[in-house]
Design a protein around this ligand. Structure first.
Ligand SMILES: Nc1ncnc2c1ncn2[C@@H]1O[C@H](COP(=O)(O)OP(=O)(O)OP(=O)(O)O)[C@@H](O)[C@H]1O
Ligand SMILES: [Mg+2]
Length: 382
């Protein structure tokens, strides 16, 4: 690590100024670090809690250089960014973590899957496809899930092709085929690994999906699964991060199938939606942990202090424009509820606008309260 600020703290740079950057910056500012963000939108969510915003595109090398020049360590809050300029900046001696090379592997879901398979991590059966043709899909076998190799998020870039009849739904982009897993539960585990090689794993959580939007709707911590499965999921997640030689915090998404197998779905090289509960429910939040990991500081405890349930606040269907939150005052009377709103300037249907975490000694009560909050809260537009 190069220069440090006058207090001896590393200066943090973040590419992308969305909600993940905002929550990272909040933790960094709590510790008194200097924080800069790069984002094309002036007044992006993270800018309100950062020292400085460089307004510019993520692929603008001059702007990236401006950011890394005033940062001792630079990270990112989104994975769809150009890695070539990052690699060049790294060569010039700038610390960019997780490494651009690792990011490249993760950006291509097929390369990521191949890498995981090679490392002996259990993954769903998959096959590279060349032309997205019926013949290839038939060869792989229905039902299948077709996935875009690059650029997908929040379920975009994922098509379930149940049979020949669904071919109209097939994606036309570079993709691969994956077996349709008979999912019992979707699980996620956050794992941190520092520049010093220290590793800490968070509890296993359940991700519950919104059928309409295919976006994670609720996260329940801890996952309501047997102890042995919990142990196994944590072991696999830790293996994934070691196999990737990753530095930072990683979100490992997994499927628990109906036969009790755990299969890794994908890896996010950053704090993750499924780890928001750690802010209130764990000794060290995923955001502080990420900063500790990339700055080479000792990692904090990942101990769960209380069961928790988190719900995403998505923009209501039929509303677009300046957000207006309905039910805000009402939900604040729910005991153990924490309200987060990201400060995005416009709402759109299904856009992640904020989240709510409820902690309760009883996990079922936390779930029930979070559901109630979700019913009350509506992100509309003025
Ligand atoms: N092989 C599969 N079998 C069954 N369901 C799947 C499979 N792959 C993906 N899905 C479903 O689609 C969802 C989105 O898939 P995936 O996580 O690969 O895409 P994504 O666009 O990166 O999503 P996100 O950004 O929400 O993580 C999964 O959470 C799961 O519900
Ligand atoms: Mg996913």
């Amino acid at each position: 690590m190069r220069a440090k600020d006058i207090n001896g703290f590393p200066r943090l740079g973040i590419i992308g100024g969305g909600q993940l950057a905002k929550m990272m910056a909040q933790e960094a500012k709590k510790m008194g670090f200097f924080v800069s963000v790069l984002d094309p939108t002036p007044g992006c969510p993270a800018s309100s809690v950062s020292d400085l915003q460089v307004v510019g595109d993520f692929y603008d090398e001059e702007k990236l250089e401006e950011l890394v020049n005033q940062s001792d360590v630079t990270t990112y809050d989104l994975e769809h960014i150009a890695t070539e300029p990052l690699k060049r900046l790294e060569e010039k001696g700038h610390a960019i973590l997780p490494s651009p090379r690792l990011l490249e592997v993760i950006q291509d879901k097929l390369v990521q899957k191949e890498m995981l398979k090679k490392a002996g991590i259990p993954v769903p059966r998959f096959m590279k496809v060349e032309q997205n043709s019926l013949d290839e899909f038939k060869k792989f076998g229905f039902p299948l899930v077709q996935k875009a190799r690059k650029g997908g998020y929040d379920g975009r870039g994922v098509a379930v092709i149940g049979s020949e009849k669904d071919m109209a739904k097939a994606l036309l982009t570079e993709s691969y085929a994956e077996e349709l897993v008979d999912i019992e539960k979707e699980l996620a585990v956050m794992v941190a690994r520092s520049t010093e090689g220290q590793v800490k794993c968070y509890p296993v959580v359940e991700m519950i999906f919104d059928e309409r939007a295919n976006i994670c709707d609720m996260v329940v911590a801890p996952a309501r699964i047997e102890k042995e499965l919990e142990q196994k999921a944590r072991e696999i997640a830790t293996e994934v991060v070691k196999a990737l030689d990753g530095v930072g915090v990683f979100g490992i998404e997994m499927f628990l199938d109906r036969k009790g197998n755990i299969l890794v779905n994908e890896v996010a090289p950053r704090p993750h939606n499924s780890g928001h509960y750690t802010i209130e429910a764990c000794l060290t939040s995923q955001f502080e942990q990420h900063i500790r990991a990339i700055c080479g500081l000792p990692l904090g405890s990942t101990k769960l202090l209380s069961p928790a349930a988190m719900v995403n606040l998505l923009g209501e269907e039929g509303y677009e424009g300046t957000p207006w939150v309905e039910g805000f005052e009402e939900v604040l009377s729910i005991e153990g509820l924490y309200f987060h709103f990201y400060g995005k300037k416009t709402t759109k249907p299904f856009r992640k606008m904020g989240h709510v975490t409820v902690i309760d000694d009883d996990v079922e009560k936390a779930v029930e309260k979070a559901r109630r909050a979700k019913e009350i809260l509506k992100v509309k537009a003025r």
